[in-house]
Design a protein around this ligand. Structure first.
Ligand SMILES: Cc1ncc(COP(=O)(O)O)c(C=O)c1O
Length: 340
């Protein structure tokens, strides 16, 4: 079987060239990243730059401790990775064998299927609207809040899945900072629950590529056994530790994103679009049959949005990441101009 590859969107440089745009006119509404530059980061990064002839310490102990402190767990319950994406692939490698059954509630993040199939396991889709436990699954993928819908599965549904699953449950909490969810007490209660968290979204460090998994030490050990020795750079480790040590700074920017989410949602509704309620930093929006043409026209203006040509029920939808106030205004006024 050929495994699908993860499809990357065109880069800023490619878009600038294709549409003859100045690179600084391009705004990414497609990657669910933070609109706010990390102005504190250059100083932190600079301190690491003279030691780059050496490898990072492969155990990543200081990073484990910083993540443990932030998440309210023990360092033995933490394993770091180069973003949640790497941890998704490692979880599949650690917990799935050829022929195993894994389950995901779709539409959801496409990497779960890819990671499953890379192990020769089989990915079964169940509808995210009514998530029911699958007792035969060796691994259940949960995305809370879910990308691309923005919905947060109810606690009762998560508990039902945890109670009735014999296999491992991997809960991707990439957007946890936007709901304020604290998963530390859950991993104490559920031995087969592994929660994946990231510095890319609420903490605004997507380019640094740092994430971590929390879970029972036996699950953490299973990931430690299959992870590469040094996939997180010395610079990224320093940035992540500094970010985790100052959660108030993160909460401030997350608060601003949530306020902008409400404003952008209102503006998109005024345009006549059906905007789904969202618990994350993006809005899934039904714009109608012209979704592909609108996305193409926006890209020509340097505004890159996410479309879903391969998901039948989302073909009329676009997903917009919440950007800064002025960028969101530009998105809305550009849509108005295109539709005139
Ligand atoms: C659900 C989900 N998981 C993981 C990721 C990737 O996270 P990271 O940057 O930590 O690899 C994303 C990014 O869009 C995501 O939406």
């Amino acid at each position: 079987m050929t495994v699908d590859r993860y499809v990357w969107q065109p880069t800023n440089a490619e878009i600038a060239q294709r549409f003859d745009l100045a690179p600084n006119r391009i705004v990414r509404f497609d990657q669910n990243t933070s609109p706010y530059p990390t102005d504190w980061a250059p100083t932190v990064a600079a301190e690491t730059l003279t030691g780059l002839n050496e490898y990072p310490a492969a155990s990543y102990k200081p990073l484990r401790h910083a993540a443990a402190e932030y998440a309210g767990v023990q360092a033995t319950q933490v394993v770091p990775g180069a973003g949640v994406d790497e941890l998704i692939l490692l979880a599949a490698r650690g917990f799935l064998s050829p022929g195993d059954r894994a389950v995901g509630f779709t539409p959801t993040y496409p990497l779960y299927r890819i990671a499953t199939e890379q192990q020769g396991a089989v990915f079964y889709e169940l509808p995210s609207a009514e998530p029911t436990p699958d007792e035969a699954a060796a691994l259940t993928w949960l995305c809370v809040p879910n990308n691309p819908t923005g919905e947060r599965m109810a606690d009762a549904e998560i508990i039902q899945i945890l109670d009735r699953s014999a296999g491992i449950v991997v809960l991707d909490a990439a957007y946890a900072e936007f709901t304020g969810d604290r998963w530390g007490s859950w991993i104490e209660r559920y031995e087969r629950l592994l929660v994946l968290q990231t510095l890319s979204k609420g903490f605004g460090l997507a380019g640094a590529r740092v994430g971590y998994a929390i879970g029972n030490p036996s699950l953490v050990d299973a990931i430690d056994r299959v992870r590469p020795p040094g996939s997180i750079s010395t610079v990224s480790v320093a940035l992540a530790i500094a970010a985790l040590a100052d959660p108030d700074r993160m909460r401030q920017t997350v608060g601003r994103v949530i306020a902008e989410r409400q404003r952008l949602s209102g503006m998109l509704s005024t345009l006549g679009f059906e905007v789904r309620p969202s618990e994350a930093n993006f809005l899934l929006t039904r714009v109608g049959p012209s979704a592909p043409e609108l996305a193409a026209a926006l890209m020509g203006e340097g505004l890159v949005v996410r479309e879903f040509p391969h998901i039948p029920e989302l073909r009329e939808h676009l997903r917009f990441t919440i950007r800064s106030g002025s960028d969101n205004d530009r998105l809305v006024s550009t849509i108005e101009r295109i539709r005139r």
